[in-house]
Design a protein around this ligand. Structure first.
Ligand SMILES: NC(=O)c1ccc[n+]([C@@H]2O[C@H](COP(=O)([O-])OP(=O)(O)OC[C@H]3O[C@@H](n4cnc5c(N)ncnc54)[C@H](O)[C@@H]3O)[C@@H](O)[C@H]2O)c1
Length: 406
């Protein structure tokens, strides 16, 4: 059995997760090269993952000058970098595991898809939710016709107040022009799931939403511009949050001293949430119309105590209710019995996005190794649809809910 060599471009939170998955399947895959721009990370990555000096790069152009040095390139850099890197990698002959969003502009997403198709390369977009036992079970129930034909679907993404503050007020995804609009960066997964379950093209949508809360005018009286200086009681206090959530802190700091790091005003993670330079929406709704008449709505909100996704599907013969974090699916057939499915009993590995991360990587690697068509679950030709919907939703939101035809 051929062992597949993977190169990782961008060794942050996601890159690290991919390296750990590769390590778990030593018979099937190996880490062939790493390219990470941040020099501070080099000793840790080289030691932890046995990467040789000659296989370690800090500039992707240097890595690409070597030609195709692995079977698969994982692109897990920031959103705005995906386009240049993916286009160049396709020219070199790589099949790619490409983090979502595909790119930060729809034209760029289409160009990557078209180039992959022209050159016969496989690009899997990391829409990991499709691989979770939770959504796979719901898809099976829908496809088996248990609730008839889907008429309405509503999904809510509860980002979590602290997750939103970390990523979208203080972190990398706080400004649309340096990352992507929130509906693309966060909710292209949800749009993808909705389209997949309904199984039809989205024909039109409209969207409302704003950055309503995390701005200067809502700052409490007497609050300061950085949490280390502030004496106001606040759920978004960064010092308290990162001291009690070290895993979130280590995402941006190799120095374990929370209080010292957050006194450094050059670091955005210690900022007052009302005085950051964020501009992405903190809540948004999208209403969708599908080809055969089904309707769907998506709510994405910063304002929730927990991070979780919930879904409700109404069909002609029954309904499904589910919560990804509770791992429970309830199926009600009209006039029939109620079935409660414990998703925890359906699989053994729920690490990383409810078990989706591992399954996606293994599926892509195995299918490529065996020369099969990739499963299609997250092939770029499918995933482009969620991106088209996300870009349209952002255009509609900016135009106060104007209906956009797709
Ligand atoms: N599939 C999912 O569910 C999911 C979840 C989170 C993030 N993402 C996406 O994954 C990507 C990475 O997110 P992350 O959370 O790992 O971010 P991150 O900031 O933790 O990691 C990005 C890494 O890339 C490195 N980098 C940046 N530019 C580079 C370059 N030119 N060459 C080499 N290295 C470079 C950075 O130094 C950093 O280590 C983003 O596009 C994000 O939207 C996807």
């Amino acid at each position: 059995m051929k062992k597949m060599k993977l190169a990782i471009l961008g060794f942050g939170q996601r890159g690290y997760m991919y390296a750990n998955i590769i390590k778990r399947y030593p018979e099937e895959m190996e880490l062939g090269a790493v390219c990470e721009i941040n020099p501070v990370k080099k000793p840790f990555i080289m030691n932890m993952y046995n990467v040789k000096e000659e296989d370690y790069y800090t500039d992707y152009r240097d890595m690409f000058k070597q030609g195709k040095i692995a079977d698969i390139l994982v692109i897990s850099t920031m959103d705005q970098d995906h386009y240049d890197q993916a286009m160049a990698a396709l020219d070199l002959g790589y099949d790619i595991l490409l983090e979502k969003p595909i790119a930060a502009e729809i034209d760029h997403c289409i160009q990557i898809r078209d180039k992959a198709n022209e050159l016969g390369r496989k690009v899997a977009v990391c829409h990991v939710l499709r691989y979770t036992p939770f959504y796979q079970k719901i898809k099976d129930i829908v496809d088996a016709g248990k609730i008839g034909k889907i008429m309405t679907l509503s999904q809510t993404e509860h980002i979590g107040y602290y997750h939103y503050a970390h990523s979208y007020v203080r972190g990398n995804w706080r400004r649309a022009e340096t990352s992507a609009p929130m509906i693309l960066a966060k909710a292209c997964h949800d749009l993808d799931i909705i389209r997949w379950l309904i199984g039809e093209q989205c024909e039109a949508l409209s969207s409302f939403g704003n950055l309503s809360y995390f701005k200067q005018e809502n700052a409490p009286a007497g609050s300061a511009d950085y949490c280390y200086k502030c004496e106001v009681e606040c759920p978004y206090n960064a010092i308290r949050f990162y001291n009690s959530h070290r895993d979130w802190f280590m995402i941006f700091s190799l120095d374990p001293d929370v209080d010292k790091v957050l006194r450094n005003e050059a670091i955005s993670y210690g900022r007052c949430v009302y005085r950051s330079d964020n501009n992405v929406a903190d809540h948004q709704v999208v209403n969708m119309l599908f080809a055969a008449g089904a309707t769907a709505s998506l709510t994405v909100t910063a304002f929730s105590n927990e991070i979780h996704r919930s879904i409700k599907i109404h069909g002609t013969k029954g309904e499904i209710e589910g919560d990804l974090e509770k791992m429970e699916i309830i199926v009600k057939r009209y006039g029939g019995e109620i079935e409660i499915i414990d998703v925890k009993a359906l699989a053994s590995d729920f690490s990383g996005h409810g078990g989706g991360d591992v399954k996606m990587v293994v599926d892509f690697v195995r299918n490529l190794r065996e020369g099969k068509a990739i499963s299609g679950l997250t092939d770029i030709n499918n995933s482009i649809e969620s991106h088209r919907m996300a870009f349209a939703a952002e255009a509609s939101r900016r135009d106060r809910g104007k209906v956009i035809k797709l």
